[in-house]
Design a protein around this ligand. Structure first.
Ligand code: PEP
Length: 294
């Protein structure tokens, strides 16, 4: 049974694909052209995690990535989530061509929280975006849905944008629980967030089995979960609100998979780990070619 599933999963994971996109919380320098029916502006983001190892490497990488954004690039929001120590120098290196965000925040504002970084500290150096709920934070750092919700609330209260990561583990995917897991994580993560603040929220659907494994979800699998997430958001808020929220896909996205993923109607962008450490690869991802005109 498991073997049968594994074969089916493997063949579906590496299958072909389709098209897509998203709204605008944040406009960059260029004029915003909308893509889909609901005008959601694409959002391509990179998550550097515990990389690179030196400031010089971070500067070089940030510069090279920013150089890949040209007048001919798709009209998308671009962000890099980088280690705290590199934020300011990366901001200087990209010269306003993209946003540099934080990989996390402490929901507390000040006090005895050794090692923590607050939203006020981040805002004071110009940070506008932060991640919350990444599966590595959930797993390795034991961040709970309640803690993640507190981070989201704090980030929004500060007027920053939050990228809330959600996604199921392999055994949950195998039991057809992706939609249910995402429903729980969305409902708990966004608890107390008003409809009017949804313009500061981006969702990143990141199946845990696809993160750092090289097993990118097929566009069809990703589209199905994204569509389900949008339905859940419609139940939580309403259809109009749900249609305005950008939902990105994350999990082993590469130059080979980005175009087909971005051609899906409910995939509004990407959160990219490994490939965001390679400026050639991430540059190609930023310059994706969607079947939907951008
Ligand atoms: C991530 O860390 O959010 C991620 C998607 O990583 P990767 O692209 O390496 O799978």
């Amino acid at each position: 049974m498991m073997m049968k599933f594994a074969i089916a999963l493997a063949s579906s994971l590496f299958a072909g694909a389709v098209t897509a996109f998203a709204p605008a919380v944040f406009s960059r320098h260029r004029v915003t052209k909308t893509t889909q029916l609901y005008g959601r502006k694409p959002f391509i983001s990179g998550n550097w995690k515990l990389n690179p190892q030196t400031k010089d490497e971070a500067l070089t990488l940030a510069k090279e990535i920013s150089a890949s954004i040209t007048e001919g690039s798709p009209d998308a929001d671009i962000a890099l989530f980088v280690p705290y120590v590199f934020i300011e120098s990366a901001m200087g290196a990209v010269d306003g061509k993209l946003s540099v965000g934080a990989e996390g925040v402490c929901p507390e504002i000040k006090g005895a929280y050794t090692g923590a970084i607050s939203t006020s500290m981040l805002k004071s150096i110009g940070v506008q975006w932060a991640l919350a709920g990444h599966s590595e934070r959930r797993e390795i750092f034991a961040e709970t849905d309640d803690y993640i919700n507190a981070q989201c609330l704090r980030i929004i209260q500060e007027g920053m944008g939050v990228m809330l990561c959600i996604g199921e583990k392999l055994e949950e995917f195998e039991q057809d629980l992706a939609g249910s897991v995402c429903a729980v994580q969305l409902k708990k993560g966004l608890k107390g967030i008003a409809k009017d603040d949804l313009d500061k929220v981006v969702i990143a659907y990141e199946p845990v089995w696809a993160i750092g494994t090289g097993k990118v979800a097929t566009p069809e699998i990703a589209q199905a979960v994204h569509s389900k997430c949008r339905k859940i958001l419609a139940e939580m808020y309403d259809k109009e609100a749900a249609n305005g929220v950008r939902i990105l896909y994350g999990g082993s996205v590469t130059p080979d998979s980005v175009d087909d993923l971005m051609s899906q109607p409910d995939i509004d962008g990407a959160l990219v780990g490994g490939a965001s450490l390679d400026s050639q690869k991430f540059g190609r991802i930023i310059n994706f070619k969607s079947a939907v005109p951008v």
